[in-house]
Write a protein that binds this ligand. Structure first.
Ligand SMILES: Cc1cc2nc3c(=O)[nH]c(=O)nc-3n(C[C@H](O)[C@H](O)[C@H](O)COP(=O)(O)OP(=O)(O)OC[C@H]3O[C@@H](n4cnc5c(N)ncnc54)[C@H](O)[C@@H]3O)c2cc1C
Length: 465
């Protein structure tokens, strides 16, 4: 790459161009997972769809690998190429709402919090994930699970149109009627088909209130509590999303001191809607097994959507293992509670925490072949997440998360593409299954035959001729 070419790129963009050593370069290449420390040769801070198109053409002319950054929350840090070009979409972060028509438009670099903040003054929302600094781009393109998904479907189910820059730098629109094959692939197929510069979402009237319940159990009561919780999943109303968690308790004021520093399980739910109706569900949950402690919070929907922002904040080292489970039998519950630890281990500090989040409801109403997302029959999503700060712990933390993932895998039915880390092609196969992957491969061949967009959970192009 010649400096004259970079100078030409600078002149051609509305946004900024950064190369190593320039002010802002290091801050822009830094993403959520502190394990990711890669150095793009050039960063194009795109301010418009035409900037994105120019940057894609520049990348191809200079044979540079392309990383596409929205929220920067891909666990594997897919958006940051070593030596390539990073298309930083964060300057394109605007959200516009049409409350009458219940529509929102979000630019390709918007964060989830911007969508919620723009829609909630009208009591409206579309499905968004649980941490507000996550990007609309990556989350929507891989599926998008959130607290109203059981009522209104995944985030990708609520997209009405995409504006996309394709691999040859053309701007296209994809809707149910305009390029419907691309519209299908963008709803679950990840960043494989182009750079989305604008999303149009359907909004729903959800009100502004929410309720969160967590009931905590020590190890000896965890099995009974988890089994009772599991039996409630098929009967839960759509406004409730059942949740479970296992991890090492901190010095939390709502827990008895004897549980601090111990492995504990919590079961609970998140309710979106009138809290007084949600309390009935907590009564059902509570009646099964007496808890050691409870944490019940009535809060606004915006508070719900930001309540984990600090705990899931930037600058920590991270590693995940995720699975979907179609059923949660007693052996799977034992594996969940065991945290992948060797039998007899009583040293929970270095073990990952894990969550279960119930699917079903409107997610399962959508026909399997209607979108590229492939796991609509999941009962629950499992994610084991390790977070630490000391690089000396990298190996043990990742090994423990892998052991935990391996302990759950015999019970799993697939994987969520947005929770994949370093599973490579095998993870992509687990996310889509053979038939859908074949259809996606043919679509990839149509829109990106040279696999220009390959820094993602990659779908290789497949020729059908
Ligand atoms: C703290 C945290 C909480 C999470 N919570 C949830 C949750 O509640 N529900 C859920 O479903 N998932 C959740 N996830 C997973 C999340 O969906 C993925 O990590 C997702 O990739 C994040 O998208 P991003 O835009 O922030 O990431 P980025 O790293 O910026 O992008 C990831 C990839 O997506 C593609 N991409 C991003 N934007 C575009 C675009 N505009 N056009 C084309 N391609 C694009 C690129 O291939 C890129 O490499 C969470 C992740 C984290 C770290």
């Amino acid at each position: 790459m010649k400096s004259a070419d970079v100078a030409a790129l600078r002149r051609g963009l509305d946004g900024q161009v950064l190369i190593p050593g320039e002010a802002g370069y290091d801050a822009t290449r830094t993403v959520w997972n502190a394990m990711v420390d890669r150095r793009p040769a050039v960063i194009a801070r795109c301010a418009s769809a035409s900037d994105v198109a120019a940057a894609v053409r520049f990348a191809r002319a200079n044979a540079l690998e392309i990383g596409v950054r929205c929220g920067g929350h891909s666990v594997a840090g897919m958006s940051v190429p070593d030596g390539g070009i990073m298309l930083d979409l964060t300057p394109m972060a605007a959200v516009r709402v049409d409350p009458e028509r219940r529509l929102a438009r979000a630019q390709g670099g918007a964060l989830l919090g911007a969508v919620d903040r723009a829609t909630q003054p009208f009591g409206l929302a579309t499905t968004a994930g649980n941490v507000s600094h996550t990007g609309v781009g990556g989350l929507t393109l891989g599926g998008g699970m959130g607290w109203v998904a059981r009522q209104h479907g995944l985030t990708c189910d609520n997209v009405l149109s995409f504006e996309v820059v394709t691999a040859d730098g053309e701007l296209m629109c994809a809707t149910e009627s305009d390029n419907p094959d691309l519209f299908w692939g963008l709803r679950g197929g990840g960043g494989n088909f182009g750079v989305v510069t604008d999303f149009e979402f359907r909004l729903h009237h959800i009100g502004t209130a929410a309720l969160v319940a967590e009931l905590y159990y020590p190890a000896q009561d965890a099995t009974a509590a988890m089994r009772a919780w599991r039996d409630l999943i098929p009967h839960a109303p759509r406004r409730a999303t059942l949740t479970a968690w296992v991890g090492t308790a901190g010095v939390w004021p709502f827990l008895p001191p004897e549980l601090h520093g111990r492995s504990v399980v919590s079961v609970g739910l998140v309710w979106v809607g009138d809290p007084s109706e949600g309390h009935d569900q907590i009564t059902v949950l509570r009646s099964a097994t007496p808890a050691a402690a409870e944490r019940i919070r009535e809060l606004s929907y915006l508070e719900l959507q930001t309540m984990d922002d600090d705990r899931e904040g930037h600058h920590q080292r991270r590693y995940w293992k995720g699975h979907y489970l179609r059923a949660l039998d007693d052996a799977a519950i034992d594996a969940f509670i065991g945290r992948g630890a060797p039998a007899g281990t009583d040293e929970p500090d270095l073990l990952p925490a894990a969550s279960l989040q119930a699917y079903g409801g409107a997610i399962a109403d959508v026909a399997d072949d209607a979108t590229a997302f492939a796991q609509r029959d999941a009962l629950v999503e499992f994610v084991a997440s390790a977070a630490w700060t000391d690089p000396a712990e990298d190996e043990i933390r990742m090994a423990n998360a892998r052991s935990y993932g391996a302990a759950i895998e015999p019970f799993a039915s697939g994987a969520y593409v947005n929770a994949l880390a370093d599973e490579g092609a095998q993870g992509v196969r687990r996310a889509y299954g053979a038939a859908k992957l074949a259809r996606l491969g043919a679509l990839k061949h149509r829109y990106d035959p040279e696999n220009v967009f390959h820094l993602n959970h990659n779908i290789p192009p497949v020729t059908t001729e």
